[in-house]
Design a protein around this ligand. Structure first.
Ligand code: PYC
Length: 332
């Protein structure tokens, strides 16, 4: 019998799960987190599937594994694991990971109140506030985010033709605003948004190619962001972000909020100094800001600031046992 043991610390960021693998993660080769991600995908994806999918996880499960930094100026390297795959970057995952790592003493910041994270998508800077041991807020400055394409069209089952923009915020997002054939998320059940998203993502990736111009391992439209009317008068916008096969993000989605802000910035709807209060499907909030303006291969881009909070929910020692027919998880 071969049984692998993973020491995990579970949390949620504004409602969405984060399972940090604090012990049992594999040793990976690579001179940066992007190369380590490729090694993980090649040889260790069974760990992701075992820890994220049923029966040990669920549709929304998401997590991370920590690695020593490659550059001694940085604090830690982060590999993101999720039901959807091994993301280049994950915003809610970062907020949860930082909260767990600080509260449980997994990292000692070089500069108190700040962290520099190596992620597969690039360097992510973090500032946080703490009261005693408790981390109260985490704000990340994400990788350069930009509008990739505007006014693409796709045929959506039941709804008909939809127009969507594609923006990058650490992952590629198809962004669907209310329009003639889609009145906003408040008018549709989550199971409909999920099944439409699956089909739209498939069709978009069949018809178009999305590749990050500076890192060709980041490719493909992975997430769909549906927009709608906010629940609170104080919010700027509300979304339902689809990922994996059946997930709607319970948090406002950090990379989705980054993509959304980059889209608004490119269209002149959001300016540096303005706040972007983004509401999730369940009404939880991230505060978005523009921390810097830049370009990605000549396209206007922003460095988005995303602020949120997370709560540690418990310790979880998980076995992946070869005698178990579901050792690598399943999806229905
Ligand atoms: O917060 O970036 C995020 C995220 C990606 C997928 C789920 N959450």
């Amino acid at each position: 019998m071969a049984r692998k043991t993973f020491f995990c610390i579970d949390a949620h960021t504004c409602g969405n799960p984060v399972r940090l693998v604090a012990g049992g993660g594999p040793i990976l080769q690579g001179s940066n987190m992007s190369e380590k991600r490729q090694h993980f995908l090649r040889d260790y994806d069974w760990i992701r599937r075992g820890l994220m999918f049923e029966p040990r996880g669920h549709d929304m499960m998401s997590g991370s594994i920590l690695y020593p930094p490659h550059d001694p100026e940085n604090d830690i390297g982060v590999l993101y694991i999720e039901t959807s795959g091994c993301l280049p970057m994950c915003g809610h995952g970062t907020i949860g990971t930082v909260t767990i790592a600080l509260e449980e003493g997994l990292i000692t910041p070089k500069v108190p109140g700040q962290l520099r994270l190596e992620t597969p998508a690039g360097l992510v800077k973090v500032s946080y506030t703490q009261e005693g041991r408790k981390v109260k807020t985490v704000k990340l400055t994400n990788v350069a985010s930009y509008l990739e394409a505007e006014k693409l069209t796709v045929e959506c089952p039941e709804l008909g033709e939809l127009t969507l923009d594609v923006a990058y915020g650490g992952n590629f997002y198809g962004i669907i605003d209310p329009q003639e054939n889609f009145k906003g998320i408040q008018h549709h059940a989550a199971d409909k948004l999920i099944s439409w998203s699956r089909e739209i993502r498939k069709r978009m990736n069949e018809h178009y190619t999305f590749v990050h111009p500076e890192n060709d391992t980041i490719r493909g439209l992975s997430h769909i962001l549906w927009a709608g009317t906010p629940l609170a008068a104080t919010s700027t916008a509300r979304n339902a972000v689809f990922y994996g096969d059946k997930a709607i993000d319970r948090s406002p989605c950090g990379t989705g909020t980054s993509a959304r802000m980059a889209q608004w910035y490119a269209k002149g709807l959001l300016k540096p100094g303005q706040e972007f209060i983004h509401e999730s499907y369940i009404g939880s909030i991230f505060k978005g800001t523009i921390e810097g303006e830049t370009t990605v291969i000549g396209k206007p881009a922003i460095l988005p600031g995303i602020e949120g909070w997370a709560m540690v929910t418990g310790l979880n020692t998980i076995f992946l046992d070869d005698d178990d027919p579901y050792v690598h998880g399943f999806q229905v």
